[in-house]
Design a protein around this ligand. Sequence first.
Ligand code: HEC
Length: 276
Amino acid sequence: MSQRPFDSITGLGRGLSLRIPPHGLVRGAPLVCVFTMLTLMAGCIGAPESFRDEPLSGLEEQGLKIFHREPCYSACHVTTLAVPAANNPTGFVPDLRRTPRRTRDWYLAYFVDPRAVLPFTFMPSFAHLTGEDLDALIAFLQRLNRNVAVDKPEPVASNEIPGMPKNGAVYRAGKIVYSTYCLGCHGDSGNGGGTVGHLLSPEPRDFTDAAWMTKQSRNYLFSVITVGKPNTAMPGFKDILTPPQRAEVLRYIEYFADPVSRERVEVGVGGQGNEN
Ligand code: HEC
């Protein structure tokens, strides 16, 4: 008997990674639609080998049912006509087999308040699901992308961190990055009390904890912001933020542990132009 659990998800086979240039969108759209429909109707997209190796567990099977029942499947993820999320931070439907691996608590936070976790996502909230349903759905989604590699945050060489002076301009630039991408978890005051912070375990790092912050090297912190922290909900931002943006936001979070400098830079008298 052949085990092909994913064959039942039409279109979740080989990704249709069509890249449509913006100006070609209108002209190409009918063609793309017809092509997609034919492909789906023919059911000729086979599931990749990695999805056929093992039957779904009971919980994953349950998650697959919820995936079909809820609008996830019919409204958006029916095809993988999208580029992977990594290259696509601001929108469109990601190929769920290629999204970065996430912990259960990350998914929970994302389902309850999607935009607190990923600011530009089109995902609707699934907060109406029961805890049991959420668990099953998460197990299924974790099964889909379980072959995606996870990077460990190894301290980077100092010359890989773009130099950012401690001044008002860098502070303000870092604040914009922080407010957009970090605030939902780490909170306005940097203590981990963002909207979804309490849903996470461990909770987001408290940057106001000066004893902890001063013990960390910038080389490590920059690396965490780049690749994330394994086994926690802390995501990596290498595909979303440029190295200078990551250096700016690192400067910004450093100020949480140094309220005097923070206040000075806020009122415009801080800043010695120091690179390190
Ligand atoms: C989905 C929630 C979430 C988002 C969004 C998020 N973080 Fe985190 N962050 C966490 C969690 C959880 C930890 C791990 C805390 C722990 O291990 O105790 C963490 C830890 C950290 C750490 C410390 C690493 C360590 O060893 O604990 C840094 C630095 C950090 N985050 C920076 C950022 C920055 C900068 C952003 C925005 C660009 C950001 N985080 C966005 C949840 C988040």
